[in-house]
Ligand binder design. Sequence first.
Ligand code: UT7
Length: 332
Amino acid sequence: MSKITAAITGIHGWVPEYVLTNAELETMVDTSDEWIISRTGIKERHILKGKGLGSSDIATEAVKGLLEKTGTSAGEIDLVIMATVTPDQLFPASANIVSDKVGIKNAWSFDINAACSGFLFALNTGAKFVESGQYKKVIVIGADKMSAITDYTDRTTCVLFGDAGGAVLLEPNTEGYGILDTKNYTDGSGRDYLYQKAGGSVLPPTHETIDAKQHYIRQEGQSVFKFAVKGMADVAAEMMERNNLTSDNIAYLVPHQANLRIIDATARRMGIDKSKVMINIERYGNTTNGTIPMCLHEWEHKLKKGDNLVLAAFGGGFTWGALYLKWAYDPQ
Ligand code: UT7
């Protein structure tokens, strides 16, 4: 029997309607459109407004669109994995909530938290259940409502993040398409550079943690930048070497969108032209687990069967990784 690989057979992304522009941020904190664009590449980001809405609502829209596009019924799904750092609640898992909201009843589901590398880690995990032959239809989601943990009085972070999500369907393939190689890394000694300090078991919520604004995302930007440039570029280059990939036979680099300068550095290291790099950071900012699926969603109509894609990410924790896949279908 030929080897089973896990192929992406559908992708759908979703962003909320409200657009927070650099001009609006200029009215909120001491910043400028010029600073934000030159340091990050971001022009605007989407924000989920409305009481009682969370990451599961973003993910639910993505999954509903995915099921519709692929002609899949909720009952066929075996497993749902959701990568997020902004779950609706600490528990139960947001993947369970999404499954309930879209009517997925014959599956099990769980969340993965690997910060900005979460979607890659989840994709790698989901692929194993397909490759083993255990499951035929696995949904992998990356979704975050970053606005829920963003301090809109802190100019060093509030210009960076946005809300978005996307979901892919993984199915078995025996013709050599799909996920062909993965490599992930973590280094917990980097945990103090990018984090949400309170709300867990060490610092449960108290009046003091709220007054100290410890429920918001904080990062030492410059330090994370240095690790991110090296981590993402190194692992992407490693993925190329391991698989005899060259700047010519790669169709696209699909990078996590944290900073245009980090993306450019990765592309330079891989020696690939910018026309082969998926970039949409200018419209969405850093949506953490939403960045890579949103790129795939927006480039789907350009992707052809057999295209070689290298996905790469770096995030808090530290976490980083790359994944090589052969796209499995032509534009519909
Ligand atoms: O997605 C997960 C991983 N995360 C990342 O990969 C993010 C990595 N880090 C970065 O992308 C960049 O470090 C940032 C975009 C966060 C910051 O850019 P930077 O070029 O590293 O700026 P900086 O932190 O060194 O700050 C330079 C100056 C500082 O002023 P002084 O001390 O030189 O007077 C900041 O206070 O820019 C100031 N600054 C701002 N000025 C206007 C910081 N934020 C802003 C702002 N508007 N929004």
